[in-house]
Write a protein that binds this ligand. Structure first.
Ligand code: DP6
Length: 356
C-alpha cells in the first residue's frame, strides 16, 4: 500500500503586540498587525504527522492518541484549500489528489513536565486542537508540494498560531486584500539575532480560560471603543517602534512596549461589555513585582505579558534569569518543586525545528 507522509514539530509563540479582533471571522483576517517570539524548547511543542494513501477510506484526525471529529469547519476549510492549491500546482497526480488524509498530532507537554501543568498552560495559550490544525496544514502543504506562502491558508486553522511558522521574532500582517491572501506571517529576525533572549512562563492557573479568545475578541469588536483607538493609533506605532528595538537589540524599549501592549489588551478586555477578565490577583501581583524589581535595579530586568488567561510570560535576557527567578520564588512561593513549576525557564527564542 502506498502511503506518503510528512512530520513536522512545531512550537508555540508568545505575542508582544497582541492580535485581538478580526475583520473577517471565516477567513480569520485580523483587525491589527501582531508580533511574537517563537519558543524553542523540547518541553513545549506539538508533533504532527500527516499521511495520504489510496487505502484510507476517509479523512481522520487523532489528537494525543484519541480520534477526534472532523466536523470542525476551520480544519475542513484548511484541508480543502490545500487540496485546491495542490491541484493548481499540478505536482500531484489526479489520483493522488483524491486520496484521503490521516492526521496524527501529539504534544509532549505532559511528558516533559512530568505533570499536566505545562500542557494545560499551552492549551490555554493556543488551543492544542487549533495548533494541530495549523501544523497539519503546514505538513499537508509539504506533502502536496505546494510552493509559496502557506501561512495565509494555515491562518484559517488558528490566527495566532500562524506566527509559529517561523522562528525568532515574527509579525503577522493584516494585509489589504479582502480575501486575506496577503494576511501572512513574516520573520523579522531569526533567533540567532538575539541569542540572549529568554522567556519564563509562570503558571498562575492551569485551568482552561473562561472566555475563549474567539468569542472574547468578537465581543470586544462589537462593544469596545478602546479597541478602535488601539487599532487605529497604538498598534501601528508600537509595531514600528518594537521592530526597531528588536533590530537594535534595545531591551529597555522592547520591554516597555511589550508591557504597555499587554496592559492595553487587558484594558480592552475590561472595556468590553460584558467584560472579558483574564488576569487574576496573582497575575497583577507578578506585574507589580516586575515593576518593583525594575525600579530597584534602575534598569529593566524583565517584561511581563499576558494572553487570554492569568499566566505570566516574562521576556528577559539570560544574565537576569537568576535574579528575576529568585524574586519570583521569594514573593510567590509554591509547594510544587521549583524546577517543575517554572519549567519554562531557559526557553530560547530560536528557529522552528522541522523534521520534514
Ligand atoms: C490573546 O489565535 O486563539 O493570544 O484566531 O480565534 O483562534 P483565533 O484566536 P487565537 O487568539 C489569541 C490571541 C492572543 C494574542 C496573540 O497571541 O496575539
Amino acid at each position: 500500500m502506498e502511503v506518503k507522509s510528512v512530520t513536522c514539530v512545531a512550537p508555540v509563540n508568545i505575542a508582544v503586540i497582541k492580535y485581538w479582533g478580526k475583520t473577517n471571522e471565516k477567513l480569520i483576517i485580523p483587525l491589527n498587525d501582531s508580533l511574537s517570539g517563537t519558543l524553542h524548547t523540547d518541553h513545549m511543542c506539538a508533533k504532527t504527522t500527516v499521511a495520504i494513501s489510496s487505502r484510507f477510506t476517509k479523512d481522520r484526525i487523532w489528537l494525543n492518541g484519541k480520534e477526534e471529529s472532523l466536523d470542525n469547519p476551520r480544519l475542513v476549510a484548511c484541508i480543502t484549500e490545500v487540496k485546491d492549491r495542490a491541484r493548481n500546482s499540478g505536482k500531484l497526480t489526479e489520483e493522488e489528489l483524491q486520496w484521503n488524509v490521516h492526521i496524527c498530532s501529539e504534544n509532549n507537554f505532559r511528558l516533559a513536565a512530568g505533570s499536566s501543568v505545562i500542557g494545560r498552560l499551552v492549551y490555554s495559550l493556543s488551543s492544542f486542537f487549533l495548533l494541530s490544525v495549523f501544523f497539519s496544514v503546514y505538513a499537508l502543504a509539504t506533502l502536496y508540494k505546494i510552493d509559496g506562502d502557506i501561512s495565509a491558508i494555515a491562518r484559517r486553522g488558528s490566527g495566532s498560531a500562524c506566527r509559529s511558522i517561523y522562528g525568532g521574532f515574527v509579525q503577522w500582517i493584516t494585509g489589504t486584500n479582502p480575501n486575506g491572501t496577503d494576511s501572512i506571517a513574516e520573520q523579522i529576525v531569526p533567533a540567532s539575532h538575539w541569542p540572549e533572549m529568554r522567556v519564563l512562563i509562570l503558571v498562575v492557573s492551569d485551568s482552561r480560560k473562561k472566555i475563549s479568545s474567539t468569542s472574547g475578541m468578537q465581543r470586544s469588536c462589537e462593544t469596545s471603543e478602546l479597541l478602535k483607538h488601539r487599532v487605529a493609533k497604538c498598534v501601528p506605532e508600537r509595531m514600528t517602534e518594537i521592530t526597531k528595538a528588536i533590530l537594535k537589540k534595545d531591551f529597555e524599549t522592547f520591554a516597555k512596549i511589550t508591557m504597555q501592549d499587554s496592559n492595553q489588551f487587558h484594558a480592552v478586555g475590561l472595556d468590553t461589555f460584558p467584560p472579558c477578565v483574564y488576569m487574576n490577583d496573582v497575575s497583577h501581583g507578578i506585574a507589580n513585582l516586575i515593576h518593583t524589581i525594575n525600579r530597584i535595579a534602575g534598569r529593566t530586568l524583565a517584561a511581563y505579558t499576558y494572553d487570554a488567561g492569568p499566566n505570566a510570560c516574562l521576556y528577559l535576557l539570560e544574565k537576569d534569569v537568576p535574579s528575576v527567578l529568585a524574586a519570583v520564588n521569594y514573593f510567590f512561593p509554591t509547594d510544587r518543586p521549583k524546577g517543575e513549576y517554572y519549567r519554562g525557564l531557559n526557553v530560547d527564542v530560536t528557529s522552528v525545528p522541522k523534521e520534514l
